[in-house]
Each structure stands twice: as structure tokens, then as C-alpha cells.
Write a protein that binds this ligand. Sequence first.
Ligand code: ATR
Length: 272
Amino acid sequence: MINADTKVYGIIGNPIRHSLSPQLHSEMFKAYGINAIYTAFETKDIKSAIDGIRALDIKGVNVTVPYKEDVVQLVDKVDKQAMILKAINTIKNENGYLIGYNTDYLGFMYLLKKNVKENYISKRIAVLGAGGAAKSIIFALSKLNVNSVFLLNRTRENALKTEEIFKNLIEIEVSDLNDKDVISSSDIIINCTSVGLKEGQIPIDINYVDKAVIIDIIYKDSLLIKRARSKNLRAINGMDMFVGQALYSFELFSGIKFDMNLAYKVLGDNKR
Ligand code: ATR
């Protein structure tokens, strides 16, 4: 029952109407008997939104596009991993003291462990894109003891900047999205470009792919995923990463690790 004691959580972003987070977190609060709600906050003014968290004693939020980097400057403390990534997707309000975390990379670790049972440490892995999403994925791979990856990006300069950030954690070989040799010899290709968020766009020529497992971190099936499946390649969308990051955010909010099967049940038809 919602009453004056109900704690408020939410997700801040713009646009945010497509987000599955309110549905998932609200149902989990209900399932674990926690008097809390979780909703979506669409804002054009991130600084005021963060002030609002303090003023209204909102207990915790997720942060998504385009504010993950901006909030690093706006919270009181940034967790060590989030500081490396310079991106926050979870804020916990501890009596007015805001602490920023990043659970995106944990979500990707969950996706990879769940779906790729082979020993990926020795695999040839290509990451497409060099922005915020790609950084989380490269960080996750380094945490999983992967020694080297190929980084294919439209703008070489941006890829070199990303390489610089991770140079002490993982070896990165930079190339472009048309590199047929890298694409055809890869065992795993992970799309972290924003291509695919737009209907009908694809980041690489699928004909170059020979044997790779294709992963796209977008949670709906992208054109890349669909084309890969029609070529009989294994293709994994980002739903498991989404549920994985939510698991760790929810744990920060409530101290409870929710039941993954229950999470997938709650998401129902949205899964595919
Ligand atoms: P996100 O936080 O989702 O990673 P981002 O930091 O803006 O968003 O990064 C977007 C990524 O998608 C970048 O790697 C970008 O390539 P550039 O470095 O060349 O900008 C890539 N990207 C965006 N639009 C693209 C397109 N039309 N073709 C190829 N790559 C694209």
C-alpha cells in the first residue's frame, strides 16, 4: 500500500518513456514486501533533478542517457569503479549524501557469463564503438581477465582516447568498422555503437562475419541481431545486461539480490 512512508526511487534520463526499469524495480519492491515505488523522471535539467533528490529525500535513482557522465560532478562521492569509467548509472541517497555507482559493467559480466560458457579469455573479441557504453564493456572484459580486444570505431581519434583510458588494464588494438579481417576472424563481436537504436541501421557488414557470436547491448533485437540470426549465427541481445545491471542497482537500493527468474517473469513479453 502506498502511504506517507512510501520511499521513492526512479530513473532519470531523456527520453525515458521506453524504459523497463520502473516496471522491473516496482515489481521487485512489491515482491520483497518493501514499501517503495520506482518511477521515471524525464528531465532537461540534470542539476536541478539532482538537487531535487536531496530536497525531496528520494532514496535512490538510476541515471541513463544522456546524463551518466554529467552526474559524476553532481554527487558527493563517486565509487572507485564509476570513477574509472567517469560514468554513473546508480545513485544512492544516504541521509542527503549522494553516492554514485556504476552497475552497467556488472550487468555485462552477468550477460557474458550466462550466455558464453566457453573460455572467452582466449577468444578474439571485437568491440564496436568507443563511447560510454563501449567503455563499460571494455572494463567488464578487463575484470573478466580478458587480455586484449579489438576496438572498431567510426572515428579513430575517439577509439584512441578510449584505448588510453584502459591502457593499464587491457590491450586494445584500434581499427575501423570496415575491417574485414578483424570481423571475419573474431569469435565474439559486441555492438556498443548507438547504431541500432535507430530502426533499420547496422554498424558492420554482416557478410564479413564468419563465425562470431554477436552481442548487441540494446535490449530489443536490433537489425544486427536479426541479420545475424538469419545467417545462423548465435546472437544475444542486451536484455540480460539490462536485468544484470538492475540486479546490482536494486541490491544497492535495498540490500536484497532479487530472484532473476522472477525478474524475467515480470518483464514478460518485453523480453524479446
Ligand atoms: P553511448 O553512451 O551510447 O556509448 P556515445 O558515448 O555517444 O553513446 O557513443 C556512441 C558510439 O556510437 C560512438 O562510438 C560513435 O562513434 P564515433 O566515435 O565515431 O562518434 C558510434 N556511432 C554513433 N553513430 C554512428 C554511426 N552512424 N555509425 C557508426 N558509429 C556510430
